[in-house]
Structures are given as C-alpha cells and as structure tokens.
Design a protein around this ligand. Structure first.
Ligand code: UDX
Ligand code: ADP
Length: 463
C-alpha cells in the first residue's frame, strides 16, 4: 500500500504560522487516519518545524507536534505538490492590514490569500474543499469561490469558513478543549456535504454540540465580532482605570464587583497598558471598514472608539511617567519588564510595549528592554531606534541596575517573583515602578522604598 493510500483523507494547510502550525499539529494528533501536510513559502520556517526548535513559542506545542510528526504530520515547502494531493485545504496565510491604496490602515490586505487561491487553481486536478482559516473580511469566501471556480478544468471548489479562536500562550488548551468550533458553509447540498466533512475532522475529539455550523457570512463575521467584543471589554475597563485614578476608586475592586454579575462575567476585565496581538486591532479596523463600506458610519465610529481608547491608554501611561518623574526622562535609564503582547508568548505583534518604548525614546530616555522570550522580536520592532537609545538585556537584575524606573509591560510570572529589595538597592533614587499590568504587590514595593504607580488606583509615593 502506498503511503498516501493508508489515509482516509489528505489535509493540507497553506501557511505554517501561529494559526496553521498549532491547529494542524492538533488535528494530526487527534486524527491519525488523516494525512496532514503543512506548507509554507518560508523555507526557514518549515525547517524549524522539522526540528525541536519550533519557529513559534507556545507551551505544550512541541509535545503535540512530536506525537504525529513523520507519522501523519509533515512540514514541507513543496506547495504545488501538496495542493495536487490534498482533498481538504486550510488556508492560513497572513492577512495584514493594508498599508497602501484604498482602505489603507483598515482593510485587510488580501494579496497573499488571492495568490494562494490562484495557485490552488493552477495545481489542482480534482475537486477540493477550501477552508478559510485566516481572518478575512466578510464575503471574502464568496470572492474566493469566484476566483477558484472560474477555472476551465471542470474542477469544483467548495469554500468554507472555519475561523480560529485560539489565543496565543493557551493555544494547545484552546485547540484541545475549545468553547466552540465554527464552520460556515453554503446552505446548498454540496456546501452542507463539505461542511459535514470538516465536522467529521473535529468530531474526532470535540463533543458534537460544541461544533457549530452556520452560513459562510455569519461564520466570517463571528470571528471579527468575537475579537471586537473582547477588545471592547479591555478598552472599557481601561477607560474606567483613568477615572479611578482621578477618584478614590480602585479599578481592581471595580472589576471584581462587576465581574461577579454573571451577565458580565469576570474574565477579560484586567486593566492594562493596552491590548496587543495580531488580531484585535486588525479585526476591529476590518469591521470598521466593512461598516463604512455599507454606509454605517455610526456603527463604524462606535467600534473605532475601541481602538482609539487603546491608543489613549498607551499615551496616558507615558504621559503619567513623564509627569511623575519631574517632567523629564531625558537621559534616564528606564527598564521595561516584558515586551511580548502578553505573557507566555514571544510574539510582539501590536504589543503596547512597542508604542511605549518609542514614546520613551522620543523623550530621549535610555530604554532597557527585558523579556524572557521576545528580545529578538523586540530588537526587530525597534530596529529604527538605534543602539544608543535602546538596550536588550535578558537578565532583569542587570536591566534595572542604575535605572530610574521600571515599567511592567507584560504580565510574565517571573516579574512577580523577583527580589525587589535587591532591585531597589541597585536603582537610582527616587526609584519608580509603573505597573502597567497590576501584577505586583504594591504595598510591599512601597514599603521597600519604591514610588509605586499602579493602573487605576491611587499611587503610593514617598514625596
Ligand atoms: C485573541 C483572541 O482571544 C482569540 O480568540 C483570537 O483567536 C485571536 O485574538 P490573542 O491575541 O492570542 O487572542 O490574545 P488575548 O489573550 O485575547 O489577549 C489580547 C490582548 O489583550 C493582550 O495584549 C492581553 O494582554 C490583553 N488583555 C487581555 C488585557 O489587557 N486585559 C485582559 O483582561 C485580557
Ligand atoms: P497567522 O498568525 O495568521 O498564522 P503568520 O504570519 O504567523 O500568520 O503565518 C502566515 C504564514 O503564511 C507565514 O509563515 C507566511 O510565510 C505564509 N504564507 C504567506 N503566503 C503564502 C503562500 N502563498 N504560500 C504558502 N505560505 C504562505
């Protein structure tokens, strides 16, 4: 029996990034009867997927990859051959926000997706199911369906939407035990048949009642709306953090009190220096753009305000630092603890730390960045800032030596466990801590001698 014949179906994923890699690793681990191939045009990425030094940092990922790599999970750069052999193709190439032309700064840049669609047509010799895994504007599936089915080979492509809801850092748990899986298809016979094929994959390990099916457009829109609602919660609580700082309220107490209302729920109510990550801003701006295209200006402005509030929170954080450090930070050494957009990931895309670092550098501070996983990405993000104004130091104790201030950017557990007495002793005085994630024991730091500026509550200061 040939290698290919021993499998029930052949699944291909185009794009071996944060979404494609972990999702396919989980499908391969749970579905040994399917052959799963992941391809990418980036050969270095594929090489890394074939080693134990995976191209992305995600707790538990290597263990899942190892279950099936070489058995029914394969990473390759041979995109054309993989397309030819596949029955089901997940497309998870990047869809950044457009930086040029119509919709610049808001609409999704679909060039990678369209290139992929045209390549699928070129390399295919049989009918296939094509699944949108990347976040795409609503009605992209319909456009792709037209490009794909405008072929003269008599091949039928059924385009489905299966948005990814996994969050970085918890991707493996999210994939293993998702709140729901959503599959959108056309409501005709071939659409529903294709939908069932994808349901069958997930039903290997996910209870059937958590696998939702809908029409394609509802599925596409649900992804954008889920992220918009999550981001909206953060902007809402961040707006309240500003109000708390002006009054005697404490945003943590407010979060706790409102979160006990089960209609509101307690998660995603931590005030922060701002949300980041590759999805939230992009998806909201996409939603805004779609609303504008349909003439829904008020709806567009409503969702846009979520992003504007996030920008305000980042600006406010730096303005506060500047104000309390006697209106000048020029020449002062400031240590940023964390650069990743959240803990347990090395990803820095849209990290609030990028904007904060840039603003501090603009004020001529000497910024020292420390992070257990994200230093390489940080150096890339701040490449234009030059080595005279920014340093990258893995060891947090070395990063703070001689510093005037520490700003917590990422809620890494390690920052809660440091010896702050030792840190205080090595810093310039007065020593400041700005806790952009509210993760530290503020009273204890104050007792050690720090001037402590949490988010959304009265600062603890010695002057
Ligand atoms: C998000 C969605 O959660 C996920 O479903 C979707 O598939 C992709 O986008 P992710 O970007 O990995 O996932 O991170 P998430 O955990 O949602 O956090 C996003 C940002 O919000 C981070 O910067 C995080 O620090 C911030 N955040 C989160 C807060 O500031 N406060 C909170 O209470 C929660
Ligand atoms: P996401 O977070 O959505 O997974 P990433 O940027 O991490 O996004 O990954 C997308 C991947 O898609 C990248 O590794 C990129 O090289 C790959 N890619 C982009 N265009 C193509 C293409 N035409 N064929 C194969 N892979 C592609």
């Amino acid at each position: 029996m040939s290698v290919t014949n021993k499998f029930k179906k052949q699944i291909l994923c185009i794009g071996a990034g944060y979404v494609g890699g972990p999702t396919m690793a989980m499908i391969a681990a749970k579905c040994p009867d399917y052959k799963v191939t992941v391809v990418d045009i980036n050969a270095a990425r594929i090489d890394a997927w074939n080693t134990d030094h995976l191209p992305i940092f995600e707790p538990g990922l290597l263990e899942v990859v190892k279950i099936s790599r070489g058995r029914n999970l394969f990473f390759s750069t041979d995109v054309d051959a993989a397309i030819r052999d596949a029955d089901i193709i997940f497309v998870s190439v990047n869809t950044p926000t457009k930086t040029f032309g119509e919709g610049a700064g808001r609409a999704a840049d679909l060039q990678y997706w369209e290139k992929t669609a045209r390549n699928i047509v070129k390399c295919s010799g049989s009918d296939k199911i094509i699944i949108e895994k990347s976040t795409l504007p609503v009605r992209t599936a319909a456009a792709m369906e037209r490009i794909l089915n405008a072929n003269d080979k008599g091949i039928h492509f059924e385009v489905l939407s299966n948005p990814e809801f996994l969050a970085e850092g918890t991707a493996i748990a999210d994939l293993e035990n998702p709140d729901r899986v959503l599959i959108g298809s056309q409501m005709n016979e071939s659409g529903l048949r294709a939908c069932q094929e994808v349901v069958d994959i997930y039903a290997h390990w996910i209870p059937r009642e958590r696998i939702l099916t809908s029409n394609v457009w509802s599925s596409e829109l649900s992804k954008l709306v889920a992220n918009a609602f999550l981001a909206q919660r953060i902007s809402s609580i961040n707006s309240i953090s500003a109000l708390c700082e002006k009054t005697e309220a404490d945003v943590k107490e407010v979060s706790r009190a409102i979160g006990k209302d089960c209609r509101i729920g307690s998660r995603f109510l931590n005030a922060s220096v701002g949300f980041g990550g590759s999805c939230f801003k992009k998806d909201i701006l996409n939603l805004v753009y779609i609303c504008e295209c349909y003439g829904l200006t008020d709806v567009a402005r409503y969702w846009e305000s979520v992003v504007l509030m996030n920008d305000y929170q980042k600006r406010r954080f730096v303005q506060n630092m500047l104000r309390v450090m006697f209106n000048t930070i020029a020449g002062k050494r400031i240590a940023l603890f964390g650069f990743a957009f959240k803990a347990d990931t090395g990803d820095t895309r849209e990290s609030p730390a990028i904007d904060i670092a840039r603003q501090l550098i603009e004020e001529r501070a000497h910024v020292v960045i420390s992070d257990p996983e994200a230093l390489e990405n940080a150096a890339h993000d701040l490449g234009e800032c030059g080595s005279s104004s920014v340093e990258y130091v893995g060891d947090p104790y070395k990063a703070v030596a001689g510093a005037h201030a520490i700003a917590i950017m990422t809620e890494w557990k390690l920052y809660m466990e440091l010896d702050y007495k030792k840190i205080f002793d090595s810093m310039e005085k007065p020593a400041f801590i700005f806790d952009g994630r509210n993760i530290l024991d503020h009273q204890k730091l104050y007792d050690l001698g720090f001037n402590v500026f949490p988010l959304g509550t009265t600062p603890l200061k010695h002057f």
